[in-house]
Design a protein around this ligand. Structure first.
Ligand SMILES: [Ca+2]
Ligand SMILES: [Ca+2]
Ligand SMILES: [Ca+2]
Ligand SMILES: [Ca+2]
Length: 356
């Protein structure tokens, strides 16, 4: 039996749904209808059979991307994901470098998808006329001249000469510009929306054309290790001279049980975020050593008293770390367990009391 013939996404029939082959072939028909084709050609990318090769057809391919075959359609899971908007930095006095300036009162936000899946990647962040994606920011979005609209466009080496680039606005498919191998999202912009150019020019945007657009994942399982467990990074936005930002987007996520198994897929549409609900990340456990009274969102950073290395136990390794600071009289950090400004035998006695 011909495996390839049964897989509607393996256009080049090499037995795998791949980025180099099938994805590129698919893009060749993006936005086309039957009428756009040459005589005898077929609109083989119109998987949802609405007469046009639209973004949702592309999602059909990206959910299979990297799989060995697609003999059966992938299982769909229920998922309840939420967006989390973090107030990352408030630029009360502004921030500038030799190349650009962030005005006073600007705020840098970071947007995350909260998911219960522990081993997943994004296969699409998108919008179309059925469910638009938009970001609204009345006062404008900061774009550093050395930045770019995607995480990968920011060269971390540039930050030493242009530190304000750290706050440039960009979208991401789970990767940070300053760490790890990214799952670089592939941008899909239909001319009618022109959304990416608007974003690059420093404004919000809407994707609501019938064809649709957004980002699709280009490689499976390369999403970065989350900085906060359970959160996938979606982008950073520095709002110019105000705090106001809101938006809505749609997500397709793949969940893996193991590297070689085929993923299952979940899709959530109409996820919204708003600066009115922005969170301050930190430890919210009042019992913890690093309790942050300003924090509103638990970022799993809590460290128990005496657990200096944060491994969940108070043991000899922590005592050794403590002894490094023993005798400290200035800026003594965590080792000053009783908070009297110095690290001495009274702190040691407290620590011995925490020993498990
Ligand atoms: Ca193929
Ligand atoms: Ca279609
Ligand atoms: Ca420990
Ligand atoms: Ca002390």
């Amino acid at each position: 039996m011909d495996v390839a013939a049964q897989c509607p996404f393996d256009y080049n029939m090499d037995g795998t749904v791949n980025y180099d082959g099938d994805f590129i072939i698919h893009l060749g028909q993006f936005g086309m209808t039957e009428a756009d084709l040459e005589e005898g050609e077929e609109l083989f990318t119109d998987h949802n059979q609405n007469g046009v090769s639209d973004f949702r057809d592309l999602l059909g391919l990206t959910e299979h991307l990297g799989t060995l075959s697609c003999l059966e359609s992938l299982p769909w899971e229920d998922c309840s994901n939420d967006l989390v908007l973090e107030t990352y930095e408030v630029h009360t006095n502004g921030f500038s470098d030799d190349y650009s300036a962030i005005p006073p009162g600007s705020v840098t936000y970071r947007l995350f998808l909260a998911t219960a899946f522990t081993n997943s990647d994004l296969s699409g962040v998108y919008g179309d006329s059925l469910s638009p994606m938009w970001i609204s920011c009345p006062t404008g979005i900061f774009q550093h001249p050395f930045g770019g609209g995607m995480a990968l466009d920011v060269n971390p080496d540039i930050l030493t000469i242009a530190p304000a680039a750290k706050y440039t606005s960009f979208l991401s498919m789970g990767s940070w510009f300053d760490s790890c191998d990214p799952n670089f999202g592939y941008l899909i912009e239909w001319s009618e929306d022109n959304w990416y150019n608007q974003f690059l020019s420093g404004s919000g945007f809407t994707i609501n054309s019938p064809i649709g657009g957004g980002m699709v994942g280009s490689a499976p399982l390369t999403t970065c290790e989350p900085v906060v467990p359970g959160l996938i990074f979606l982008g950073q936005f520095t709002v110019i001279g105000s705090m106001e930002i809101s938006g809505s987007l749609n997500i397709q996520l793949r969940d893996y049980q193991g590297f070689s198994t085929e993923p299952s897929v979940c899709q959530m549409e109409g996820l919204t975020f708003n600066s009115e609900n922005a969170q301050i990340f930190g430890c919210i456990n009042t019992e913890a050593m690093n309790f942050d009274p300003m924090a509103t969102f638990d970022d799993s950073s809590c460290v128990a008293y005496g657990d200096f290395n944060g491994d969940g136990e108070v043991d000899v390794a922590d005592v050794l770390q403590f002894l490094n600071e023993f005798g400290c009289v200035l800026d003594c950090s965590y080792s000053d367990l009783n908070g009297d400004g110095v690290v001495n035998v009274f702190d040691l006695l407290l620590l011995l009391g925490y020993l498990g």
